[in-house]
Design a protein around this ligand. Structure first.
Ligand SMILES: Nc1ncnc2c1ncn2[C@@H]1O[C@H](COP(=O)(O)OP(=O)(O)O)[C@@H](O)[C@H]1O
Ligand SMILES: [Mg+2]
Length: 239
């Protein structure tokens, strides 16, 4: 729950991001202010091409911004040198990419184990935890499959397991249910909501899938490069 006395897990101020130069330059983010609190699942919506993925990449510190500040868990991410940023990201964040980004030569379990191996966790322990996470996303019988032998929805669930395996405090999800059918989308959102409900963790989800809106605590709208509206989502069964 996010009372105002609680510091934001993510505090973004005045984020400006442009691509290209000269005549072909486009400014995608035109001054974004956004807070994400511990214990919440924040939905981010907006039209296609509006800069949602760009904003997620900026929050993760994957993409350099032109102007503004981003603090994550009290750390001034935008001021860190690249190597420290990468290490900080590995320790604190999980990212579910829109394009999955699975490594084609690795099995599902090996893909999920990658964030643990990077943290110097031993291979057998990493694979054990990876298989456990694949079980939780409903793929216990696909752990030794290569990505090319999995459906799009199954690949998406492997990517979700990979993002969760490290128990990240900040989980960043780019259209995590886009390749999933209704029941699997619901199942994944239940898992993401459970993460968001942990008092020391939070989740941001880009989506335009209205079937999953009710899993969010708040919804932020990105329009014309700015956050134009933030509203609290009425939870089912509450007044
Ligand atoms: N690396 C890049 N180089 C140039 N333009 C980019 C790059 N990444 C994104 N863009 C442009 O930024 C805009 C926003 O893209 P994106 O953040 O992917 O939108 P969304 O996720 O909301 O669909 C688009 O016009 C896209 O073409
Ligand atoms: Mg996108």
């Amino acid at each position: 729950m996010n009372d105002d006395s609680q510091p934001a897990a993510v505090r973004a101020r005045g984020i400006v991001k442009s691509f290209g130069t000269g005549d072909t330059q486009i400014t995608v983010l035109k001054g974004i202010d956004l807070d994400i609190y511990l214990g919440e699942l924040l939905l981010l919506v907006g039209e296609s091409g509006g800069g949602k993925t760009t904003l997620l990449s900026a929050i993760a510190g994957i993409l350099d911004i032109n102007e503004g500040n981003i603090d994550v868990l009290g750390v001034p991410l935008s001021a860190l040198p690249a190597n420290k940023r990468t290490r900080f990201r590995g320790q604190t964040m999980g990212f579910i990419y829109q394009q999955f980004n699975l490594l084609p030569a690795l099995t599902a379990a090996e893909n999920v184990a990658v964030p643990l191996l990077i943290q110097n966790i031993g291979r057998s322990e990493a694979l054990r935890r990876a298989r456990g996470m694949l079980n939780r996303v409903g793929l216990p019988d696909r752990t030794e499959f290569l990505p090319k032998n999995l459906s799009g929805g199954q690949q998406q669930r492997v990517a979700i397991a990979r993002a969760l395996v490290n128990e990240p405090r900040l989980l960043i999800c780019d259209e995590p249910t886009a390749a999933l059918d209704g029941p699997n989308g619901q199942k994944i959102m239940e898992l993401l909501r459970e993460v968001g409900r942990s008092p020391d963790r939070c989740v941001i989800v880009v989506t335009h899938d209205s079937r999953i809106f009710h899993f969010g605590d708040r919804m932020a709208s990105l329009t014309d490069g700015r956050i134009t509206n933030i509203e609290r989502i009425q939870q089912e069964g509450t007044a």
